[in-house]
Design a protein around this ligand. Structure first.
Ligand code: C2E
Ligand code: CA
Ligand code: CA
Length: 530
C-alpha cells in the first residue's frame, strides 16, 4: 500500500515493500526523483507523466502496469492501482496499492486496498505513532447474501463501491485497509474522537447512498460500523485495536443492518469470559464431564413428606471456583454442549432416583431440559434410551420445561412434549409466573405439574394482590387437573402462608437446599425411618 502526498511531495509505502525493492525508506520526499532508484529506467517517463496528470487534472483513477527493480537490479512487473483524494478541489493524495504481476496478489483486486490480517501488520510509521484518535471498522451488511442472491460479481461491485465511498470520505491523516472479505479498517491515529468517527461513518453511508443512486446500482446495500477511540481502550497495540474493533462491529451487526456500536471494555471482557468459559466447559465435557456434578433439592408433598427431588446441574472450574448454572447453562445452550450434558444429567438423575426409590418407592426425579435439546435432538428417543439403560420407571421421571423457550404454535415443541407424555413420563411447566405465562398453553399442553417460579412466590408473599393471583392460578390448575409446585419457600412463615392455597408440592430452602446425592440418600433414609 502506498500514499503519495502531492501537496507536500511526500510518499509513504508499506514497510513490506522495502525488503523486495531498493526503496530508501518507507517515507520519502522528492517523490518523482526518488522513484528513479527503484523504477525500471525505461518506465520512468510514462510514470512521471502519469503522476503529473493525476496531480493536476480531475482524473481520479490510477491503474498502470510497469516495472520496478528488484533488489538484485532485475525488473519486476507490477500493477499499480490507486485513487486520487481531492481536498477542496485540489488533488491531494494518491492512495492505492501495488501488486506484483505473476506473483500471488498480496493486495485486493476488488477494492485496490491493502489486505490486512494474518501476518500483515500496519505500516511502521502508523503502528509506532501513539494512538490518539479513533478506529472505524466498516462492515458491509450481508455480503454473503448479496453473493448468494446476485452472484459474486455484484458482491465485488458492492465492495468496490464501499471502498470508493470510504476513500472519498477520508480526511488527512486517515488511512483505510481492507480486512477480511467484507470489512474495512479506517485509522485516524493522531486525532479524532467518537463524534468524529460517527460523523465519518455517516459521511460514508451518505456517499454509498449517492453512489448507488448515481450509478443506478440495483442493490441497496448498507454498512455497519464498530468504533473504538483511544479513550475506550487501555491497550493500544495493533493486536488489540484489531480485536476491539472487531468486537464493536460484531455488536453493531447484532443490532441488524445499518447500525454502529462503540467499543465497551466491560462488555468485551464479559464476552471474553463467556468465550473462555465455553472452552473450559467443552474440555470438561470431552473429559468425561470432569467438574460437572448434580445436586438434588427435595420436593415435599402436602403432608411435608419427601416426594422427590429436582436435579440441578453444578459445575466447578479446574481452579476450584464454582460457576452458577445461571451463568454456565446459557453457554452450554449457545455452544450446543447442553446436548451431551443434558443426556448426562438425565442418566445421573435416574441413577440417583433409583437409589432413593429403595427407601421411598414412589420417589420422583425431576430433570430440567432446555429448549435447545428439543430443537436439536430427538429428546423423547434420548429419554427412552436412558430409561431403558438405567431401568427406570417412566412414571417416576418428571421433565421440566419452560415455556419461555418456545413460541406460540411451535409444532416441534408440542410434538416433543406429546412424545414424552406418550412415554409415560410426567411433564412440568417450569418458571410459571415469569414472562408471558399463557393460560392457553396450560390447556393445550396439559402439563402434569405447574412450577411456580420463586420470583412469583416472593411477590405473592409480599403483596396481597399477587397472592390472590396465585390463589386464582391454583384454582385454575386444579380445574384443569394439574398439580402445582410452589418454589422458593424459605421460612416457616412463608410455608404457613403458602399452605393456605394447598399446593400439591412445595420446594424451597426451608425443606432443604440443593445438595450432593449422598445427602439426598441420607435424607430419604431417615425420612423413611420416621
Ligand atoms: P430452576 O429450574 O427454577 O431451579 C430452581 C432454582 O431455585 C435452583 O437454583 C435452586 O437452587 C433455587 N432455589 C430453590 N429453592 C430456593 C429457595 O428457597 N430460595 C432461593 N433463593 N433459591 C431457591 P440453581 O440450582 O442455581 O439453578 C438455577 C437455574 O439453572 C434453574 O432454575 C434452571 O433453570 C437452571 N438449571 C439448573 N440445572 C439445570 C439442568 O440440568 N439443565 C437445564 N437446562 N437447566 C438447569
Ligand atoms: Ca426447574
Ligand atoms: Ca423453577
Amino acid at each position: 500500500m502506498y500514499i503519495a502526498d502531492f501537496v507536500n511531495d511526500r510518499y509513504h509505502i508499506s514497510e513490506a515493500a522495502l525488503s523486495r525493492f531498493p526503496i530508501p525508506s518507507a517515507t520519502f520526499s522528492d517523490v518523482v526523483k526518488t522513484h528513479e532508484q527503484f523504477v525500471y529506467a525505461a518506465d520512468l517517463v510514462p510514470l512521471q507523466e502519469e503522476l503529473i496528470e493525476l496531480s493536476t487534472s480531475d482524473r481520479t483513477d490510477h491503474n498502470m502496469q510497469y516495472r520496478w527493480l528488484g533488489k538484485d537490479g532485475q525488473p519486476i512487473w507490477i500493477n499499480c492501482r490507486g485513487k486520487v483524494v481531492t481536498i477542496d478541489g485540489v488533488p491531494t493524495y494518491l492512495i492505492g496499492c501495488i501488486n506484483e504481476i505473476g506473483a500471488k496478489p498480496k493486495a485486493d483486486n476488488q477494492s485496490g486496498l491493502l489486505r490486512l490480517g494474518g501476518s500483515n501488520s500496519l505500516p511502521q510509521e502508523i503502528a509506532a505513532s501513539e494512538f490518539n484518535g479513533f478506529v472505524l471498522r466498516i462492515g458491509v451488511d450481508d455480503l454473503r447474501g448479496i453473493n448468494a442472491k446476485n452472484g459474486t460479481r455484484d458482491g465485488d461491485t458492492t465492495i468496490a463501491f464501499t471502498a470508493e465511498s470510504i476513500l472519498a470520505s477520508l480526511s488527512e491523516g486517515q488511512y483505510v485497509y481492507r480486512i477480511d472479505g467484507d470489512e474495512f479498517l479506517i485509522l485516524s491515529m493522531k486525532e479524532g474522537n467518537f463524534d468524529d468517527a460517527l460523523n465519518l461513518y455517516r459521511t460514508i453511508r451518505t456517499a454509498i447512498v449517492q453512489k448507488i443512486r448515481t450509478s443506478n446500482y440495483k442493490i441497496l446495500f448498507t454498512v455497519s460500523a464498530g468504533i473504538v477511540t483511544s479513550t475506550d481502550i487501555e491497550d493500544c497495540s495493533f493486536d488489540f485495536i484489531m480485536k476491539s474493533s472487531q468486537h464493536a462491529l460484531a455488536i453493531a451487526k447484532s443490532y441488524g443492518k445499518n447500525a454502529y456500536a462503540r467499543f465497551d471494555l466491560d462488555q468485551y471482557n464479559f464476552a471474553l469470559e463467556q468465550h473462555n468459559l465455553g472452552r473450559i466447559l467443552r474440555d470438561a465435557v470431552e473429559n468425561d464431564f470432569d467438574g460437572f456434578d448434580v445436586n438434588y433439592q427435595i420436593l415435599v408433598s402436602q403432608d411435608n413428606g419427601i416426594i422427590g427431588a429436582e436435579s440441578l446441574m453444578r459445575y466447578t472450574r479446574p481452579d476450584g471456583t464454582v460457576v452458577s448454572p445461571m451463568k454456565f447453562i446459557p453457554i452450554l445452550e449457545d455452544t450446543g454442549l447442553i446436548i451431551p450434558t443434558g443426556r448426562w444429567i438425565l442418566k445421573q438423575a435416574m441413577i440417583a432416583g433409583k437409589k432413593a426409590q429403595e427407601y421411598i418407592p414412589e420417589f420422583v426425579t425431576t430433570v430440567n431440559v432446555s429448549y435447545v435439546q428439543i430443537s436439536r435432538t430427538d429428546l423423547a428417543s434420548d429419554v427412552e434410551a436412558i430409561l431403558k439403560e438405567v431401568g427406570f420407571n417412566p412414571a417416576n421421571l418428571v421433565i421440566e420445561l419452560t415455556e419461555s423457550g418456545f413460541l406460540e404454535s411451535d409444532i416441534h415443541y408440542e410434538n416433543s412434549w406429546r412424545k414424552l407424555k406418550a412415554l409415560g413420563v410426567k411433564m412440568a411447566l417450569d418458571d410459571f409466573g415469569t414472562g408471558y405465562s399463557n393460560f392457553h398453553y396450560l390447556n393445550e399442553l396439559r402439563p402434569d405439574i405447574v412450577k411456580i417460579d420463586r420470583s412469583f412466590t416472593v411477590s405473592a408473599l409480599k403483596d396481597e394482590y399477587e397472592f390472590q393471583i396465585l390463589n386464582n392460578m391454583r384454582h385454575l390448575s386444579a380445574n384443569l387437573d394439574l398439580n402445582m409446585c410452589v418454589e422458593g419457600v424459605e421460612t416457616q412463615e412463608d410455608l404457613d402462608r403458602i399452605n393456605m392455597i394447598h399446593p400439591e408440592y412445595i420446594q424451597g430452602y426451608f425443606f432443604g437446599k440443593p445438595g450432593p446425592v449422598d445427602d439426598l440418600i441420607n435424607r430419604v433414609k431417615t425420612s423413611k425411618n420416621i
